[in-house]
Design a protein around this ligand. Structure first.
Ligand code: ADP
Length: 536
């Protein structure tokens, strides 16, 4: 083999912000912080703050390879740590404050973090778990001197007198940079370590026009949490393309988002469906319009078709994405192609609204039968979705074995179809598929259809034990504020839209439990209603 004769410069995360500080120096990062006025720093100033934060971390005694944990919302300071930590060769563990205490403690101990950096309103959580944290030596509140709780160190005070440049070390691009845990709805949370190489490649790919399609004219407001798979890579895809950022902190309610959209000219946002249900409800109640907002990426759970339709009516394009912590997380993004456009505007929109997305370069995909045979991409047959690529997990943190098969394929745990245009559609998570009398019922399809019934805010479907059919679906309905939709209404709505044997055996009107990452918590539903059909 003839070796290539090109430079062997490692891919480093710090080079992303260093580039933006020069090529897009005046673009702004606008941020809310807990109980503080909005802050504004451009990329040039941010890069200096990143250097100061790096000096601060070094002064706390951490060394390359050490882990630090953050317990923080979507803010500029959290964003700065996304560069300062990896820039030094540290691994940033983004702890999820919505996890139950025992899982939070587990992840920070498992990470072995030496420093914990947290927002002001995390003080109560921290003080509840402090004596169970085994490795944390330093705690830093991500706030200014005035607001730092008594007896603690504060970020702004610690970085204030530090130099604004840093001699960033060169190291192997396969060095770990982020440690993200899956939410552990089954068993203990599992840690995924992203490398500099995987983060940079993922960030480059995420910005492509066949994916999120970023340009320096975009004003991006991430509403997916920075602690959830690094907010789907936006903190990296953004600066690579020079976007302006608007960080909402923990204020994801409709009124707060609308104020930022109007005040900052937000063009692009993203998040799990729950956020957008709240936002659309807010617009409906106030008669407001989404103003400058042009595009919203939605993923984490299936996008109800009606949500996409409503956004479309308001002039906002919805792009569904699918991914998981183990895929950094972008796997597919729903973007149009000429072949789809040739089928007409309505058909194209329908494809895009009802599929999770189209394959993107960098992630190989296949679907396989229960026997492991590759299935055709005909949009009909569904099978276990397997993925492979430079930003897909190979082994969980501290595990002894690889999480892939011998050819490097990772089983996502999802069941899906792939069609001839390369569009992938999730029919269910393997563990959520309902097996009724030997036939399969897709809980996701049933939820999506029910979500279209007027008055329904969230519909959740789970399979529970049935003495005759093995499993049958039950449905939970959460109503919109003030709506009086009844069981009869839901059944009448479903009747013309689903096969009779898909009709849920019971419908309960109650709050739908959500996981720490904003997904319907089917485990809780199954436990809560485990015996609802015992005497059926
Ligand atoms: P966790 O499992 O920790 O809640 P992840 O974000 O890693 O968090 O979850 C990934 C899973 O979320 C996927 O395997 C898939 O089941 C589901 N998911 C993500 N995006 C979508 C989507 N657009 N439609 C349906 N399911 C999705």
């Amino acid at each position: 083999m003839l070796p290539g004769l090109m430079q062997d410069r490692p891919l480093r995360i710090i080079d992303i912000i260093s580039f933006a500080a020069t090529a897009h120096s005046t673009q702004e990062i606008v941020s809310k912080n807990v109980d503080e006025p909005i802050s504004r720093h451009n990329y040039a100033a941010t890069f200096k703050r990143v250097a100061q934060a790096a000096h601060m971390l070094v002064s706390l005694g951490v060394k390359s390879g050490d882990r630090i944990s953050t317990l923080s919302w979507n803010t500029n300071r959290h964003f700065e740590l996304f560069y300062a930590g990896p820039g030094l060769g540290l691994v940033v563990h983004t702890a999820n404050p919505r996890l139950p205490d025992e899982h939070l403690i587990y992840t920070i101990n498992h990470a072995g973090s030496r420093v914990l950096l947290l927002d002001r309103n995390m003080q109560a959580i921290y003080e509840r778990i402090a004596d169970k944290l085994e490795t944390v030596e330093n705690v830093v509140f991500l706030t200014d001197a005035e607001r730092t709780p008594q007896g603690y160190q504060g970020y702004e005070a610690l970085i204030a007198d530090k130099p604004a440049t840093y001699d960033w070390p060169l190291f192997d691009e396969n060095t770990g940079a982020f440690l993200c845990y899956t939410s552990g709805t089954t068993g203990d949370p599992k840690g995924v370590v992203y490398s500099h190489r995987s983060v940079v490649l993922h960030g480059l790919a995420a910005g492509l026009s066949g994916a999120l399609g970023f340009a320096a004219f975009d004003v991006v407001m991430p509403c997916q949490s920075l602690y959830h798979a690094t907010a789907w890579g936006l903190p990296f895809a953004g600066p690579i393309n020079g976007v302006k950022f608007v960080f909402p902190c923990d204020k994801f309610d409709g009124a707060s988002l609308q104020a930022l959209i109007e005040g900052e000219g937000v063009t692009f946002s993203g998040g799990v469906p729950t956020i957008w249900t709240m936002y659309l409800e807010y617009l409906r109640q106030t008669g407001g319009s989404p103003g400058t907002l042009q595009r919203v990426i939605i993923g984490g759970s299936a996008v109800p078709r009606d949500m996409a339709v409503e956004f479309d009516r308001l002039g906002v394009t919805v792009q569904q994405i699918w991914g998981m912590t183990e895929t950094s997380p972008l796997g597919v993004v729903a973007t149009p192609t000429p072949a789809l456009a040739a089928e007409g505007d309505a058909a194209m929109k329908e494809q895009i609204w009802t599929r999770q997305g189209r394959m993107m370069f960098g992630i190989e995909m296949k679907i396989v039968s229960e026997e492991g045979e590759a299935l055709p991409h005909d949009g009909e047959q569904d099978g276990a979705l397997m993925v492979r690529g430079p930003w897909v997990l190979s082994r969980y943190f501290r595990a002894d074995d690889d999480a892939t098969d011998q050819d490097g394929w990772f089983d996502t745990g999802d069941v899906s179809t792939i069609d001839r245009f390369g569009f992938m559609r999730i029919t269910d998570r393997k563990k959520d598929v309902i097996k009724s009398g030997g036939e399969w019922i897709s809980s996701i399809d049933l939820e999506n259809i029910a979500a279209g019934c007027p008055g329904v805010k969230v519909a959740a479907v789970a399979g529970i034990y049935h003495p005759k059919w093995e499993e049958r679906p039950i449905m939970l309905i959460e109503r919109h504020d003030g709506a009086d939709v009844s069981e009869g209404d839901v059944r009448a709505y479903l009747k013309s839209r689903v096969a009779t044997w898909w009709m849920p055996d019971r419908i309960f009107f109650e709050d739908v439990p959500m996981t720490a990452t904003g997904k319907i918590d089917k485990k809780i539903i199954r436990d809560r209603h485990a015996h609802a059909l015992d005497s059926a």
